[in-house]
Every structure is written in C-alpha cells, then in structure tokens.
Design a protein around this ligand. Structure first.
Ligand code: C5P
Length: 401
C-alpha cells in the first residue's frame, strides 16, 4: 500500500510516544521507508533502539553524532521524504513549529520540509484547550499542516477529555488517504452542514429531530477523498470522521450552525446544506430545569430559525455552487424546484419518505437530483455511493477554469 513511499516520522516527548511504535510497524509493513527523527525528550519515553530495529535505519535525534562528529542534514531529510508525520506532536513542538523556533533536529527538519506535513497532537486536556495551543494549531493549519485530531478519553494525568493521541490505525488511515486519494478537487474549499440541531428548552432538554448526520458525513468524506478541503459544520451526532481533509466544527443549535456556516461560506467554492435544521426554537430557554409539579399543560412559544441555505444563497458569489436537500412526503419534485428558486440553490437532492430505505438514520438512500434544467433519479444505494453520485453531479455545475 505504501511501497516506495518515503516518510519522516517525527516523535516528540509525550507518553503517547509508545503508540508510535505500532504506527511505525504499520508503515514498515505497508512497504514505506521510514526515517525516525526524535526530539531529545522523546528518548525519555521510548528508546531509539526499538525504533531503529523496526525502521531498519538509525534514528536521528541530534545535529551531530557524539563520537564521530558526523553532521545530520535536516535539509537532506526535507528533500528526501514524500511526507513528514509528527506523532505525537506535543504542545511545545506545536508552539515551536508555529513560531519558527528551530532548536532541535525535529523542528529544524520541519522548517526544511518541502513535503507535506501531518501532525497528531497529544497533550493534556487543559493544554489542548488552552488559547495558545488553539492559536498555534490554527496557525499550522493555515500553513497547510494536516492534522489528525486528538481523541477524547482518559488521559495519562487521570483527567478525562480531549487530548489523547489518535490511535495508530487512525493515523495510518490518514497516511493511506494522503497517498492514495485522488487530487481531482485539490484547492477546492467545500462547506457541508450535517446532522440535526438541538434547540434548548432548559439545561437538560431540547427540541431535536432524528437526523443521524450520515449523509452529510458521507459527502464530507467523498469530497475529502477527492482532495477538497472540507469544513463540516456538524450538529450533535454520534458518528465520527477521521479524514485529514475534513475540519469539523461542532455546533448545537440552528443559530450556532448559521454563524459557523456563514463564516465558512464566504471562502468556499461549494456548499452542501445537508443538515436537518430545526425550523423553530423556543422563544426563551429556561436557565434552570423546568419543574412539572403543579403544571398540567404547558405552552412553549416558538420563534423561526434562520434558513441557513437561503441566507448563504443570498450571499452567493459568481462561481460558487450551492446544494440543498429536500425530504418530502409527497409531490417532491415540485417542492424541490421551489427550494431551488427560494434558496438560490444550483441543485436540490430530493429524497421522499415514501421510499423504503431512504431518509433519516438509514445507511441507504434513494435520491433524485434536481437542477435548473434537469432531474436525474438514482436507485436505492448505500449512502457512500449516493455521496459519490452527488459529488459527480456537483462537478458538472463547477465553472470551467
Ligand atoms: O425548507 P426545507 O427545510 O425543506 O429545506 C431543506 C434544505 O434547506 C436542506 O438543504 C437544509 O439543510 C436547508 N435548511 C437550512 N436551514 C434551515 C432549514 C433548512 O439550511 N433553517
């Protein structure tokens, strides 16, 4: 799978370094040639001997070999590799990378790297959330560094939260995607909204819907696997995605989704509105749990939520393509055509609840893709294949470059 690929594997000093041994094994077994570069602190967590035995190459850590005075060229490494992966990437190394501090072999190699760079951050929960780390990670992402998000779980400190390095298999998957994905949509920015929204009634209750987010997530993965840079604005769902080309922005309510979608919309080439946005929200959300004692009936006053697709549609620039979904119970084509006009969309993906296996929470969908002058019906398929059909149709709408 990775035959002939050359990878610099940077390892920083964090407890997750032990997991990098498994990552190295996966890479070597897949045929990659791997040069390990360690920070001095990484050697406190794992020995270079383990790593050099697996990679069948001496590990590089210092600028010079102590006895011989041999100089290790970070520039040569930067030119040699097809990809540099830093796992774990600690807060300190991320900070150095973001600010150009080249005080060890690993960060110096990073600064000389002509090849793309991928990092798998790992640190304690509070460090991961600290504004400094957020800022540094944002800088690296803006510099084009790919990120394999840290996962939530029990941390070495005993705290629970986000900060645990992604599992070696997940990082390996990102690396496979990097080498094997098509680059058809390289340079294109895609916004996708997905999942339901939760409209707060009080601190423990909300109004929501059954959307699973599966269709939106399948679309995000399809776009990313074709090389696009995807911003996935996701309502509360229980599914995940781990493609390095997807930046996930988690939101709760329709108002939050609207703000996140608008901020990504200005800069995107394609926007797909696949979220099941609540049409209304409670006019007032209670600060404390609403009690039922002595209350037999209750009225909840609802106010309209913004229409995210229509709002973005009104701001659409020449060349931007916008796509919406329509989930209808009857006379779908007429309703879909009305949405096309009202929301200034280029395409509407229609699914009717009348079709078995279509709609919310299923793994399959049966869609008709409606554009201004065309309507194309597809058979019932897994959502992954439906996503591929939708992306193929969207490509016809993109302006020729
Ligand atoms: O009008 P209707 O809800 O049927 O339209 C569905 C389409 O509009 C979907 O693409 C959905 O994501 C989008 N939508 C939205 N914001 C809303 C309601 C719907 O973006 N408030």
């Amino acid at each position: 799978m990775l035959q002939g690929k050359k990878i610099v594997l940077g390892i920083c000093g964090g407890i997750a370094a032990y997991k990098t041994v498994s990552l190295l094994r996966l890479l070597v077994k897949a045929g990659a040639e791997v040069q390990v570069v360690m920070t001095p602190a990484a050697k406190e967590f794992i020995t270079p001997v383990t790593l050099s035995s697996l990679s069948r190459k001496p590990v590089v850590s210092e600028f010079f070999t102590a006895n011989t005075g041999e100089w290790h060229s970070h520039v040569d490494l930067g030119l040699w590799a097809d990809l540099m992966v830093i796992a774990p990437a600690t807060a300190s190394t991320i900070g150095k990378m973001a600010n150009g501090i080249a005080d060890n072999m690993l960060v110096t190699t990073y600064l000389s790297a002509r090849e793309p760079v991928m990092i798998a951050p790992a640190m304690d929960f509070d460090m991961y959330l600290h504004p400094t780390t957020r800022r540094n990670l944002a800088t690296l992402q803006a510099d084009g560094v790919m990120m394999v998000e840290a996962e939530a779980g029990e941390l070495a400190s005993g705290l629970q939260g986000k900060g645990r390095m992604a599992e070696p298999e997940v990082i390996f998957d990102h690396i496979l995607h990097f080498f094997n994905d098509s680059k058809e949509l390289a340079g294109k920015k895609v916004l996708i909204t997905a999942g339901p929204t939760h409209e707060r009634l009080d601190p423990v209750r909300f109004i929501g819907n059954y959307s699973s987010g599966k269709m939106g997530y399948a679309l995000a993965e399809e776009f990313a696997s074709r090389g696009a840079e995807v911003t996935l604005v996701s309502g509360p769902v229980s599914i995940s995605t781990s493609h390095a080309g997807i930046k996930r922005v988690d939101v709760g309510s329709a108002l939050e989704m609207d703000a996140a979608a608008r901020s990504a919309f200005a800069d995107c080439d394609i926007a797909v509105f696949a979220a099941a946005v609540a049409d209304y929200r409670p006019a007032m959300a209670a600060d404390a749990k609403i009690k039922r004692e002595g209350v037999e009936t209750m009225d909840i006053r609802l106010v309209r939520n913004p229409d995210i697709a229509a709002g973005c549609g009104a701001l659409k620039r020449e060349g931007q393509v916008t796509v919406g979904f329509a989930l209808e119970t009857d006379d779908g084509v007429k309703a879909a055509k009305a949405k096309l006009r009202n929301k200034n969309l280029d395409m509407v993906v229609l699914n009717t609840l009348k079709d078995a296996g279509a709609g919310f929470a299923c793994d399959t969908n049966k869609v008709t893709i409606i554009s201004k002058n065309d309507a194309k019906s597809f058979p019932l398929k897994p959502k992954k294949e439906v996503a591929s059909d939708i992306v193929n149709e969207i490509l016809h709408c993109l302006p020729n470059e």
